[in-house]
Write a protein that binds this ligand. Structure first.
Ligand code: UDP
Ligand code: MG
Length: 312
């Protein structure tokens, strides 16, 4: 029988986990043509997520878990889950039931019968989200698709079912700064997009603030595009051209009309503008340098403290 691994990153999900487990086991029992394995990742939760996982693992052999030594973030959780998963097919989904497990049979059909390597979900509406957040999200997707060669779909969730080849492709990307929306897009493979209507989380609260999302989007841009560096160079070239023209104008003005002192306001404008542009460009290079610095350290993406087999 084919085996499906369900990878679920959890951070402070004690309230949602029992509901999630109930729902996923219900769906699993309906899909009796496949074998299941549930891989939960406790991402350094501060509530009773870990004891809940221990309890679930004790009563159900299909439940496995990996518990981190601290909070490493959802990206690290997904990586740990994909590494631990042993299935022929691997699905990633959130613990809060915002990714409905009931879609699994449809996703499974796409990868087994319709010839796709991956079936991924995207939400059709951004209803219920603050308009300003939707606006920035749209801008982000437009921008990143223009400046990077990874195909990143607007509204794509991290809820997807992949064949083993694609999972192995993702695991072959050893970068430390993991931006999974970009990684999924970068590896390619044939992906079917399954739309569904957005639902609220069942319990607990979201871990993402607007500011966190904003910083995360910048990470995505730095991780999957070098366009900002090109922008810095282009700005430099443009300003040089402007400067040459300006020098010519000033020279002619001074030599022909003899007015060496005037023009203090325009000089201040130029100095301030150039100062700003220089700082911006240094900042952009700095971002890339910082990421390169972190990559060269080759630190592990996460550290495991405990699994279903016991404390390490
Ligand atoms: N999550 C995680 N580590 C974190 C933050 C979140 O593993 O540091 C998990 C969380 O438990 C959930 C999923 O990532 O299963 C998505 O988080 P959340 O529901 O807060 O995000 P949203 O759905 O609001 O985008
Ligand atoms: Mg959620």
């Amino acid at each position: 029988m084919p085996k499906i691994s369900i990878v679920v990153p959890c951070y402070n999900e004690q309230a949602a986990l029992p509901l999630f487990y109930q729902e996923i086991t219900r769906v699993a029992s309906e899909m009796d043509y496949a074998e299941f394995e549930f891989v939960f990742i406790d991402d350094g939760s501060k509530d009773d997520t870990l004891p809940t996982l221990r309890r679930l693992a004790a009563q159900d052999v299909r439940v496995r878990f990996v518990s981190f030594s601290r909070n490493f973030g959802k990206e690290a959780g997904m990586l740990a889950g994909l590494e631990a998963a042993t299935g022929d097919f691997v699905a990633t989904m959130d613990a809060d039931l915002q990714d409905p497990p009931a879609l699994l049979p449809e996703l499974y059909k796409a990868v087994t019968e319709e010839g796709y390597d991956c079936a991924a979900t995207r939400r059709t509406t951004r209803a219920g989200e603050p308009p300003i957040r939707s606006f920035f999200a749209r801008m982000f997707y437009k921008l990143i698709n223009r400046i990077s060669d990874a195909d990143i779909v607007d509204g794509a969730r991290d809820y997807r079912l992949m064949r083993r080849v694609m999972v192995d492709a993702i695991l072959s990307m050893h970068e430390y700064n993991r931006f999974s929306k970009g990684i999924f897009g970068w590896v390619g493979f044939k992906t079917k997009w399954v739309p569904f209507v957005n639902v609220e989380r069942v319990a607990g609260e979201t871990k993402w603030s607007f500011w966190k999302l904003f910083l995360y989007s910048l990470e995505g841009i730095v991780a999957f595009s070098t366009a900002p560096l090109a922008l810095a160079s282009v700005l430099g070239v443009l300003l040089c051209i402007v400067a040459f023209i300006f020098i010519a104008v000033v020279l002619v003005k001074t030599l022909a009309f003899g007015d060496p002192v005037g023009g203090w306001p325009s000089m201040m404008c130029v100095i301030l503008f150039l100062g700003g542009v220089q700082l911006l460009c240094i900042g952009i290079s700095g971002q890339y340098l910082a990421k390169t610095y972190l990559e060269t350290k080759h630190r592990p993406v996460y550290l495991v403290r405990e699994t279903e087999e016991g404390v390490r």
